[in-house]
Design a protein around this ligand. Structure first.
Ligand SMILES: Nc1ncnc2c1ncn2[C@@H]1O[C@H](COP(=O)(O)OP(=O)(O)O)[C@@H](O)[C@H]1O
Ligand SMILES: [Mg+2]
Length: 451
């Protein structure tokens, strides 16, 4: 039987399982998830009318090549352009996420004023008044006649302004403050975030305007609003750093027009964000000499490795339950590494607190950091400093085996550039180079440090 859509214009749908409800509820009774019900506007019929033709027919993959060259806009910030794969593609929608106060508005005001040197730029702010943006612009030297500021939160009004002004570059600061009057829910709710980003993306694509949306990040570190936001946009970049420190790391998490995993490093000055041209030397510059518990790790999720310092402190506990604290790596990963060290290396940590810190405020998710963390822990446990020209990377398996990771050559190249000679890597990497120390099992690392 053919299903017809009902006349009612609004339904509430669980974004997890798709169950529909006539009104909003906090919990989906069908799948049991909390806070997944979103408001949905239903206005179109789902099927094409009988007899009408489709606008696009499928074609063989072999005939699907398109000779299309993307036009890219330069942000005039070389490392940002490079991280994005050569600049911002016209019609591309980028989501910039980051914690409050990290510098998102500052960075984008700089980008906006750079682009406004040649093109008309519209910066829509829902968080500040135009005067506040002016004050920031004055402080960081971002005053340009072609840079238009609009303090507005109503989506329909914003879309109207875009139609009238025809900007060539658009910034929305932030997507959580904007609302569509077609939806009843408050700004920042899942349905509003979805509606606002979908409408703006649609406009960006039809008018070929590149857009950067700012997305606030919740305390748990995820982008506020639905995961769907990340799917809608072409690129997701995340801005992170340590409070109280000036460095900021921009990571490309997703990019339809370039590779992901690329990073750019900035330093927050009163005149705005300044590029750090050589992040490796910046991050390793304060490494303590002759002290146990510190090692350099070549971090990379993209083409460009960066050397960072991983520190461990293993100390006698005064608590009934020993402390495990991490900054810059996942705490569960640390627990696993410590369990492996106990089982495979007889390193007993029941009465020790273990603290890990990745210097520079970067959060490292890649498993290659395992070996560096293990080396730092072993070094601190035995109070034996690691040779100053040693680095290490590799994933550690549950049986204590050291597993190969990707970008081995690039990491080693970066390390050699900075004079690191002893390079501890997984045995399976099969590199026949001088100074390489291949490791098969974690207990060999312990022997290596203690010998
Ligand atoms: N007058 C100032 N001098 C130097 N740095 C400032 C000044 N005002 C703000 N900042 C820096 O800018 C940061 C806020 O940047 P902002 O771009 O507003 O962040 P976000 O948009 O991510 O919330 C502050 O945390 C501070 O580091
Ligand atoms: Mg801001």
């Amino acid at each position: 039987m053919k299903q017809k859509l009902t006349k009612s214009k609004k339904v509430f749908i669980c974004s997890e399982c798709g169950t529909t409800y006539p009104s909003w509820t906090g919990k989906c009774v069908s799948c049991g998830q909390w806070n997944t019900i979103v408001e949905e506007l239903v206005s179109k019929k789902s099927n094409l009318a009988k007899g009408s033709t489709v606008s696009q027919k499928p074609k063989p993959i072999t005939k699907s090549k398109e000779e299309k060259h993307y036009t890219r806009l330069s942000t005039l910030i070389p490392s940002l352009d490079e991280a994005l794969g050569g600049g911002i593609v016209t019609g591309q929608v980028i989501l910039l996420s980051g914690e409050p106060g990290i510098g998102k508005s500052t960075l984008l005001l700089q980008v906006a004023s750079n682009i406004a040197k040649k093109r008309k730029v519209l910066y829509v702010t829902g968080e500040e008044s135009t005067h506040q943006v002016f004050i920031r612009g004055e402080r960081i030297g971002a005053l340009e006649d072609n840079l238009l500021i609009l303090s507005q939160t109503n989506l329909e009004e914003i879309l109207q302004v875009i139609e009238e002004e025809n900007p060539e570059f658009l910034i929305i600061d932030s997507v959580q403050t904007m609302y569509s009057s077609h939806l009843e829910s408050a700004a920042g709710s899942v349905s509003q975030v979805r509606e606002v980003s979908a409408k703006i993306t649609e406009l960006a694509k039809t008018k070929n305007i590149p857009v950067i949306l700012i997305g606030q990040v919740t305390k748990e570190g995820s982008i506020a609003g639905p995961k769907v936001l990340e799917h809608i946009v072409d690129a997701v970049i995340h801005f992170e750093g340590e409070r109280g420190h000036s460095y900021r790391v921009l990571k490309v998490i997703k990019n339809r027009f370039g590779s992901s995993g690329e990073i750019a490093v900035f330093s927050m000055k009163d005149t705005g964000l300044q590029e750090v041209k050589d992040p490796s030397s910046f991050f390793i510059s304060e490494k303590p000499q002759g002290k146990a518990g510190s090692i350099i790790f070549p971090f990379t999720e993209g083409s460009k490795p960066v050397l960072v310092e991983v520190q461990a402190l293993v100390s006698k506990t005064v608590y009934a339950v020993p402390q495990r604290k991490t900054q810059g790596i996942d705490i569960n990963r640390l627990s696993i590494i410590l369990a492996i060290l106990e089982k495979e290396g007889n390193i007993f940590l029941k009465d020790r607190d273990v603290f890990i810190n990745v210097v520079g405020g970067m959060f490292i998710k890649e498993p290659a950091v395992d070996l560096a963390v293990a080396l730092a822990v072993i070094s601190s446990f035995y109070d034996i400093p690691i040779d100053r020209d040693m680095i290490g990377f590799g994933e550690i398996g549950l049986a204590g085996e050291v597993r190969s990771v990707h970008y081995t050559e690039q990491r080693i190249k970066e390390a050699r550039k900075f004079g690191f000679k002893k390079i501890v890597i997984p045995y399976n990497s099969k590199l026949e180079e001088p100074d390489i120390i291949p490791i098969r099992y974690i207990r060999e690392v312990i022997q290596l440090l203690r010998s």
